[in-house]
Ligand binder design. Structure first.
Ligand SMILES: [Zn+2]
Ligand SMILES: [Zn+2]
Length: 243
């Protein structure tokens, strides 16, 4: 009965199916759920410690500590990046060794062993090609998940920065605040304009600024994980019982 109560949602960063009780995505480590959604800037981002309080890592406003609130730090983020680099290196080494081993053993057998060994030599080549491919796919997966999460986190920090700036930002300001190139900031802001979440404004002096629309509650959350649902657990329970 309990297992039935676990509703599945999609991770907004990597689209994996996650339970509503997960504080983080098991695959890409993105924080999840309404307990990690900032009520001020509506970013889905971890909190950071600030003296005795915890603040939103995106907009620095004070957060309430809830059961699933993730309190993280810049150091934890660096560890995560280092762990991913380590895994990519290990998989890379394994891929290179299996390719080398397959080519050497298979090649030597084909060149010097009697003909009866040739089918074995080919199976070594094929097996090692498969192992190499498997490790290459692991590398691609780690990179894809990490890349999607980093992009999502950058978007959430942009939300926090825009909240601090009362909704109006420039590409230069975003680039400086997020420590990314101005072209990258420009692309992020253009994306927001394209999906109707911001308007571009050109002043009389030709300065370009972007006005982000006031975030809707839970706009960073996937469908079915809106905060209005979880702040009224009674309503959800009743709904479940009736179905
Ligand atoms: Zn994920
Ligand atoms: Zn915030």
């Amino acid at each position: 009965m309990h297992a039935m109560a676990v509703a599945l949602h999609q991770c907004p960063s990597c689209s994996r199916e996650v339970s509503q009780h997960d504080a983080r995505c098991p695959d890409c480590r993105q924080v999840l759920g309404t307990d990690n959604l900032c009520e001020q800037c509506h970013a889905l981002a971890p909190a950071t410690r600030h003296g005795h309080r915890i603040v939103c890592s995106a907009c620095q406003s004070v957060r309430a500590r809830r059961p699933n609130t993730v309190v993280s730090s810049a150091r934890a983020l660096r560890w995560l990046a280092a762990w991913e680099r380590f895994r990519v290196r290990v998989y890379g080494g394994a891929a290179a060794s299996s390719a080398l081993f397959g080519l050497l053993l298979g090649g030597l057998l084909l060149a010097y062993a009697p003909g009866s060994w040739h089918s074995f030599a080919w199976s070594v080549l094929v097996a090692m090609a498969l192992v190499t491919t498997a490790f290459a796919l692991r590398i691609k997966r780690v990179r894809t998940l990490g890349g999607a999460r980093d992009r999502f986190m950058l978007q959430q920090r942009l939300l926090g920065y825009a909240h601090q700036r009362r909704g109006v930002v420039t590409a230069e300001g975003v680039a400086h605040h997020l420590d990314i190139p101005v072209t990258a900031a420009d692309a992020m802001l253009d994306d927001l304009v394209r999906v109707g979440k911001a308007d571009m404004d050109v002043s009389d002096r030709g300065e370009i600024s972007f006005a982000l629309h006031a975030p809707r509650a839970g706009s960073a959350l996937p469908r079915g994980a809106r905060p209005t649902e979880s702040v009224r657990p009674g309503a959800r329970q009743r709904q479940r019982q009736s179905t």
